[in-house]
Design a protein around this ligand. Structure first.
Ligand code: ADP
Length: 510
């Protein structure tokens, strides 16, 4: 006889006993009431009521007993269903009826549930493998890393692009394996830090990133796209894709080299031209009519503009080749600022504009290289003039700020700069779409300006609102802060290297 038949027999027996008890108690009650002195109707009514109570009691007790195995099974099933984690497992000691059968069936339920878990795990493993497979065969260099910046996955093309074997990449910290240099201080590292502090998901894009390979000689140039997803279940917080543009950017650099060569040749005749124009202007002053005098004046302004462009290109090439060094000397900033602005002031006036100077009379002396710093002033004022549109006012302010640095601001009230453009302004060759189409320029001015200011130990930043104008500010170190360094220098000059490339992992300039 199997367990189920046993239960069936037990249940029949229990029901039979139940019926027996009900009939016996009915008879007993009937007999008992007949001994009493009461009418027949009364006896029938009381017996019926008594039997009703006994039937209800028997049904309750028998029902609970016979259904107790189902209750235990129900509890066992709910216990393993993932959505109802609050139902406890049944306690078999409380099952008095069909315990053997129930124990066997609940064991089966647990067994099925664990098989289901196993299937889910296998599915998960399969999808992870699939993801790994997709990444490894992805036809672009892709790096995947976790929140500790440990590389957890990489495509085969990443390995060949970076010329690394898998042990040099997998399980390594990103910046130990990949040497990146960025054209501005908005690096992958600063973005990662920002994401981890402030974001849940984010994306970012960089152009013209240098990757220095392990051989120390080869430099690849690429754009980088990065994706961040905080606490991603798979542990892949960051995905970075590299888009190689080495040929294209190398070509740009070579063109810059070629332009530099050509521009270098322009320098001597240009200097002579400017000299002659200056002499002409002085000699002819008052001797020719006003219109001709005006032409000569404009000739001089244009030759100055050309000279500024030549200076910019040559300086950028020097920065690129890590050959720009500054000779810092002690200078009174007010007069230097005015003198460096003279050409731009003349240009502004020729265009009906006016530059107002608000220079604090108690500024400390600054440590500057006057030739390089005049490029900074020229570029900022040149931009203020170019992007002023119909506004005629430019304000130059110089004050000592809270940190004791000398802070200079060039403010215009022109077209302003959209917010999405601001992070790119100081990158080499960067020009906003609007300026590209409407206003002449090379996209080198602010790159150069920033490189020179940072090499001076200062900072440069911009505040701008489209339609309201822009303020470019930069700081310079007071000479007193450098005096010890200066004293130890026998030639009376402090030389500093200026370079525009920011190492990703330490933010120092090489
Ligand atoms: P450009 O030769 O194009 O002026 P810069 O490096 O000097 O090159 O400037 C880069 C870009 O920054 C410009 O193309 C322009 O879009 C924007 N810009 C710079 N200065 C200003 C300004 N004062 N007002 C508005 N936009 C500016």
């Amino acid at each position: 006889m199997d367990d189920f038949q046993k239960i069936q027999r037990k249940a029949s027996l229990l029901l039979a006993i139940g019926f027996g008890v009900v009939i016996a108690s009915g008879l007993a009650l009937w007999f008992f009431l007949n001994q009493m002195d009461m009418s027949e109707q009364m006896i029938i009514a009381l017996t019926a009521a008594g039997m009703f109570v006994v039937i209800m009691l028997a049904a309750g007790i028998l029902g609970q007993l016979i259904l107790s195995p189902f209750h235990a099974l129900w509890q066992a099933i709910l216990h393993v269903v993932p959505e109802s984690t609050t139902v406890p497992a049944p306690n078999m000691n409380n099952v008095h009826f069909g315990r053997h059968l129930v124990t066997q069936l609940t064991a089966r339920v647990y067994q099925f549930a664990s098989q289901e878990d196993g299937i889910a795990l296998a599915e998960h493993r399969k999808s992870v493998l699939q993801a790994v497979n997709i990444v490894s065969h992805f036809p672009l260099p892709v790096l995947v890393f976790n929140k500790e910046l440990i590389i957890t996955n990489a495509s085969d093309s990443a390995m060949s692009y970076l010329a690394l074997e898998s042990p040099q990449l997998f399980g390594q910290r990103l910046f130990d394996s990949v040497d990146l240099e960025f054209p501005s201080e908005r690096t992958l590292q600063t973005w990662i830090e920002d994401c981890q502090k402030n974001k849940v998901t984010d994306q970012a894009y960089w152009q013209r990133v240098h990757i220095r390979l392990r051989d120390g000689k080869t430099i690849k140039q690429c754009d980088i796209a990065a994706y961040y997803n905080r606490e991603n279940e798979s542990g892949t917080e960051f995905i970075v894709t590299l888009f190689d543009h080495t040929d294209l950017y190398d070509q740009d650099d070579q063109s810059l080299g070629f332009v530099a060569l050509a521009v270098h040749e322009l320098r001597t005749p240009l200097t002579m031209l400017r000299g002659y124009i200056e002499v002409l202007e002085e000699e002819l002053a008052g001797k020719i009519d006003k219109e001709l005098e005006d032409y000569v004046h404009k000739l001089r302004l244009s030759s100055d503009q050309l000279a500024d462009f030549v200076g910019n290109v040559l300086h950028v090439v020097k920065i690129e080749q890590n050959q720009l060094s500054l000779a810092l000397t002690e200078q009174d900033w007010g007069p230097v600022l005015r003198e460096a602005s003279a050409n731009m002031r003349a240009r502004a006036e020729a265009m009906g504009m006016h530059i107002t100077f608000r220079i604090d009379s108690k500024l400390p002396h600054v440590a500057i290289d006057p030739v390089s710093i005049s490029l900074v002033i020229n570029n900022l004022l040149d931009n203020a003039i170019k992007y002023s549109k119909d506004s005629k006012e430019i304000i130059v302010t110089a004050t000592k700020n809270r940190d004791g640095m000398v802070e200079t601001t060039v403010q215009d009230f022109g077209v302003g700069i959209p917010e999405n453009v601001l992070p790119h302004l100081f990158e080499k060759f960067y020009r906003s779409h609007r300026s590209r189409n409407q206003i002449g320029g090379s996209g080198l001015g602010l790159f150069l300006t920033k490189a020179i200011v940072t090499a001076h130990g200062g900072h440069i930043w911009v505040n701008s609102k489209p339609g309201q104008g822009s303020s470019f500010s930069f700081t310079l170190q007071p000479y007193a802060q450098l005096s010890d360094e200066f004293k130890s220098n026998t030639e009376g000059e402090i030389t500093r290297q200026a370079h525009g490339w920011i190492k990703n992992h330490s933010l120092y300039r090489r």
